[in-house]
Design a protein around this ligand. Structure first.
Ligand SMILES: [Zn+2]
Length: 469
């Protein structure tokens, strides 16, 4: 935990100690999970006690919010709910290290050369894009990073990747490719650069998802990765390219996150590439929350994460029913405690044990599904644009966070902005989309700034940002 951080350690994120502590944690994760649901719950409970004690002692925000509660161990259900808006508004008093201030973090984030570098020599920082309307800034301590690493390592040895041919990975030089939004300090690119910086003996390369698909295909053909990580919508498009013969790579394993992935889509991608695909459910607030099993469920890493599906009044939603939102408690990170945080996703908890045999609780997540757009170029060819690339382009150029891109015809995109943003940022946002389409040889596609505001989904606070009508 951050509390035991020793300032004399010269290079904490990259030191041999970290390698050692991650290896120990992996063993611990596998051991606890092999003991079954009771041991997992006990590990989660012990971490919850430690985290709440720490938050009460070091975070002025939580101390104030909990001042009416009894001293001594706290009960999860008795704690008040927190929102992104409230935490961001009280950033300095939320953090448990007085050196972590909004001013200091903003200064760090302003430099994009710092993506994946250490903040204050001991933290990793990333920001979220704004599907709930405002971006968040998340600081991760050494303990959190070691826990995320351990959870990912545990997945690499899980039955989900049992079909992975590790000799094949080694034969390809272990080359690993990430295709993601890399224009700012987002969680996936920051984590990837941190790993690449800390393990120079690994061959890891990232590719901008905002470039035209043929360029990504050309670069992947040249790189020949053994491991590919991206959003499900990107992997699906790459599978089409592979099937058409334009992409010719032989990965041994695929990894996806950031969007939902149906069982049929997963099977189709695995069939084309002839290797397993592991899908993960995470968030900027907690990098690894759950991972998919062969039965199509996501298993919550309940020894490190607490998820509470709730209705619109924050009352528990029974298993089997779709929740309005979900409360997240991240048991791994102490510098910026996330405790009963309204995450905005609608989830359905499984009833009874999963057929895959995992002792971890199973959930399904709804509404993390933006559409891939199929746009018709002037010469009649169809170009596919992935949602995360489109949203990144608009956010990056216009600094708007709550918006919607709606395709109403094969050659027409509507852009909906909040009324407060339209005059200030409308022309810039539309101009960025225009330039993006031009780069994809889609200059015939019209971009229209629509009068209405974005239309949110019925459940949760999240917005589908890219919609094909
Ligand atoms: Zn399962």
């Amino acid at each position: 935990m951050a509390a035991d951080f020793d300032a004399a350690t010269p290079d904490p994120l990259r030191s041999a100690f970290d390698q050692w502590s991650t290896a120990t944690l992996v063993t611990q994760v596998l051991w606890v999970r092999s003991l079954g649901a009771t041991a997992i719950a006990a590990a989660g409970h012990a971490r919850f006690d430690a985290l709440t004690r720490f938050a009460r002692a070091r975070s002025p925000l939580y101390r104030e919010a909990w001042k009416h509660l009894p001293t001594g161990p706290l009960q999860l259900a008795g704690l008040p709910i927190v929102t992104k808006h409230a935490l961001m508004a009280a950033f300095d008093s939320w953090c448990t290290d007085p050196a972590v201030t909004r001013t200091a973090v903003d200064g760090f984030l302003a430099e994009r050369a710092h993506i994946g570098e250490r903040f204050l020599d001991r933290y990793l920082v990333w920001m979220s894009s704004g599907s709930t309307g405002e971006p968040g800034i998340y600081v991760q301590d050494r303990g959190a990073l070691a826990a995320y690493d351990a959870m990912v390592s545990a997945q690499l040895t899980s039955p989900g990747l049992a079909g992975c041919n590790w000799q094949h990975v080694a034969a390809q030089g272990g080359r690993a490719a990430l295709i993601a939004a890399d224009t700012d300090h987002f969680a996936s690119i920051a984590s990837w650069r941190r790993l690449a910086n800390g393990k120079p003996w690994l061959d890891m390369k990232s590719f901008a998802v905002t470039q035209p698909l043929p360029d990504i295909v050309r670069e992947l053909n040249a790189y020949q990765p053994a491991f590919v990580s991206s959003y499900p919508t990107v992997l699906a498009l790459l599978a089409d390219e592979q099937q058409a013969g334009r992409l010719a790579i032989r990965p041994a394993a695929l990894w996806s996150g950031g969007e939902g992935l149906s069982r049929s889509a997963r099977r189709a991608i695995e069939r084309v590439f002839g290797c397993p695909l592991q899908n993960e459910y995470g968030a900027s607030e907690c990098l690894t929350i759950a991972h998919a099993c062969r039965e199509g469920w996501l298993h919550v890493d309940a020894d490190w994460v607490i998820l509470e599906p709730v209705d619109r009044h924050y009352r528990p939603t029974p298993a089997g029913e779709l929740s309005h939102t979900v409360l997240l408690t991240n048991l791994a990170n102490t510098v910026q405690p996330i405790i009963r945080y309204d995450l905005g996703d609608s989830v359905r908890a499984g009833v009874g044990p999963c057929a895959c045999g995992s002792p971890l609780p199973a959930i399904q997540v709804e509404g993390r599904s933006d559409d891939v757009l199929g746009l018709r170029a002037r010469d009649g060819t169809l170009a596919h644009l992935v949602p995360l690339a489109l949203t990144t382009v608009v956010e990056d150029a216009a600094r708007v966070h709550r918006f919607q891109i709606v395709q109403s015809a094969p050659d027409r995109l509507g852009l909906r902005l909040m009324d407060a943003d339209r005059a200030r940022a409308g022309a810039t946002a539309a101009g960025a989309l225009r330039a993006y389409l031009d780069r994809h040889a889609l200059s015939n596609v019209a971009v229209v700034l629509e009068p209405g505001e974005p239309q949110p989904e019925r459940r949760g606070g999240k917005l589908r940002q890219v919609v094909a009508l």
